[in-house]
Design a protein around this ligand. Structure first.
Ligand SMILES: [Zn+2]
Length: 108
């Protein structure tokens, strides 16, 4: 039986490159963000899980080539969704924003 490839790091993951520097909390925060940054996401155009980060806030599908802007480290952010809804609402945008605020107030 082939030997299983041993993982180099147990829980430090992508932040193993920092060694013991910068403190645990800082390394954990970096890990959280960088894992999202490097992950693959569902393409809004072709539906395949092949959207990767191209560069800052730019995301590209490796299958169909669709390129779009989004969050810096995730393809879509909560603020982006709210902005999109307001844009799509056009002249009614103000009403929609009030609606969203009311919804959020209810959730809390
Ligand atoms: Zn695609």
């Amino acid at each position: 039986m082939a030997k299983k490839r041993r993982k180099k790091t147990k829980k430090t993951g992508v932040t193993a490159r920092f060694g013991a520097r910068y403190g645990k909390r800082v390394r954990d925060n970096v890990k959280k963000i960088e894992e999202k940054k490097r992950a693959k996401y569902v393409c809004p155009k072709c539906g395949k899980v092949s959207v990767k980060r191209e560069r800052y806030a730019v995301w590209k599908c490796t299958k169909c080539g669709a390129e779009f802007s989004g969050g810096a480290y995730v393809p879509q952010t909560e603020a982006g969704r709210i902005a999109l809804r307001a844009v799509q609402a056009g002249p009614k945008a103000k009403e929609v924003l009030v609606e969203i605020e009311e919804e959020e107030a209810k959730e809390e």
